[in-house]
Write a new protein. Structure first.
Length: 251
């Protein structure tokens, strides 16, 4: 059948609506009329109408989903690598659900939700990159060495006023460095916990998509799933923005 030869993103109700849209039919009529008034031969008249119709239909056809680009978990250290792998796995499973669903409004709605799943995966990747960079920065601080130096310096306070003043400044600087590093550690730990929860929510969304694709009789039954995925994307974005602010403050 001709429908089976179409790319997957065109096998939907939106394609049928684009082909039969009143605006497309009107455009075909206008194109035909212009060709007739211009004295074109029959073949030219038909061609003009077809081109006008095709131009309007092309604008209304659903767009091919953009592939996820630039995501390479291998460039990250664990656990950030694992989080991205899990998100990509959830996305693949969601795509399988969409492909397996029967053509119709439910499948169309699942495909729309799939674009938000893609957005969640992209945000997971961005969060993981920031988290990995944060871990690199923490390692470069060598907080254990700073803590040992601070402990050593605290035990050697000099008696002379001039030397004591220099000692005070050294202790203050080491304490500030240690406190800053510990705040970064807390931020990284919080980001790891939150991203792990968000990945679990993405897995849950896929499981719900499987269930709904099998029993949903109406696309409106997917409203809750779509809202949850939108909220998930928003939470991913908020986490990423928070990490970006931390990195900007440290720059």
């Amino acid at each position: 059948m001709a429908l089976e030869r179409l790319p997957p993103h065109l096998r939907s109700r939106r394609t049928a609506e684009a082909i039969t849209a009143p605006a497309a039919v009107l455009a075909a009529g206008v194109g035909t009329s212009v060709a007739i008034l211009a004295g074109a031969p029959l073949a030219g008249i038909v061609l003009a109408g077809a081109l006008a119709w095709g131009a309007v239909v092309a604008l209304r056809l659903p767009r091919r989903p953009r592939p996820l680009r630039g995501i390479d978990p291998k460039t990250l250290s664990d656990p950030w690598r694992r989080y991205v792998h899990e998100a990509l796995g959830a996305r693949r499973r969601f795509d399988e659900v969409v492909r397996a669903a029967r053509s119709g409004p439910v499948r169309d709605r699942l495909a729309e939700i799939g674009t938000r799943v893609d957005a969640a995966v992209q945000e997971c990747w961005r969060v993981a990159r920031h988290g990995d960079a944060l871990d690199d920065g923490i390692r470069s601080l060598d907080l254990a060495a700073v803590a040992r130096r601070l402990e050593t310096v605290r035990g050697t306070r000099p008696d002379s006023p001039g030397a004591a003043e220099s000692w005070d400044r050294t202790v203050e600087a080491l304490e500030a460095q240690l406190a800053s590093g510990r705040r970064l550690v807390a931020v990284a730990d919080d980001a790891r916990r939150r991203l792990e929860v968000l990945d679990a929510r993405l897995d849950e969304a896929v499981a719900r998509a499987v269930e709904l694709s099998l029993r949903a009789g109406d696309a409106s039954e997917l409203h809750g799933l779509g809202a949850d995925v939108d909220q998930l994307v928003g939470d991913m974005e908020a986490l990423r923005q928070g990490l970006e602010e931390v990195r900007s403050a440290q720059a």
